[in-house]
Write a protein that binds this ligand. Sequence first.
Ligand code: AMP
Length: 301
Amino acid sequence: MSSPQVIDTVAALRARTDEIRVGGGIVGFVPTMGYLHDGHASLMRAARPNADLLVASIFVNPLQFAAHEDLGAYPRDLKGDTALAGRAGVDVLFVPSREEMYPRPVVTTVTVGEVSEGFEGVSRPTHFAGVATVVAKLFSIVGPCRAHFGEKDFQQLAVIKRMVDDLSMPVEVVGEPTVREPDGLAMSSRNAYLTPAERSAAPVVHRALLAGSEVVHGGATDPAVVRDAMSEVAEAEPLGAVDYLAVVDASDFSVPDRLRGDLRLLAAVRFGKARLIDNLGVTVPDGMHRNEKETPRCADA
Ligand code: AMP
């Protein structure tokens, strides 16, 4: 595979994507923060067949890191990233400097309500406004496109879909499945922070999600029972500190009283310097609610 063209200015990228669209072509887009792994590559490979020009961006966005977080330590490897992007079929790698993206202090931001408020929004209160703002800006630079995001960051995907909908952005947002290591750990640039002992312990996050999923498949309709099942597995690992474990309605991140339909199990667990997030989709099996539905309900008093 050939090396992608590296572009580092807004004007040059706009000119390149405009040219494709004028000719009737479709632009594919994969935004990242770099230190690319096979999870990122899977988004690029998924985008490739439907794009006449495939753009990936690498930008470690300061707006989405709180002061105490790992902005300065975030791993970087432009040479390795360029090679991986080339192998995954990327045509253009957009690598703007911080000054190119934010030549002045940013006073215009995008805040997405509801879906960004729980879970990551509680643990990292300024995070999603930073994400939404940079993604809105990237969409504005790249222009109309088909943009691919990982389900690994399921709440982020929901936030971006909602932003695009609410602001009528000319972008089709496509979610792609999570890529895992053979032992189940979700691939993440932040796995680089794990010590060998923490790395061995980290697959417990996925095992906790699987335990929750099993309980749902077994007929549980009480969210507390599912959370307890996840908690029992995760809390047994002394190197991990649980931030949250939850089961939500997959469509809107609300926490249901009774489980039904498509759900998402969510986990955030800290291992030393690394805060790992993961999630798993699970659907309540058909018929689980039959008894509930057949029981006549009292009218609300
Ligand atoms: P990041 O570089 O961490 O900001 O991630 C860039 C994009 O890659 C986001 O859409 C992530 O959800 C996606 N991504 C990260 N890790 C994975 C993974 N293990 N599997 C699938 N997509 C991923």
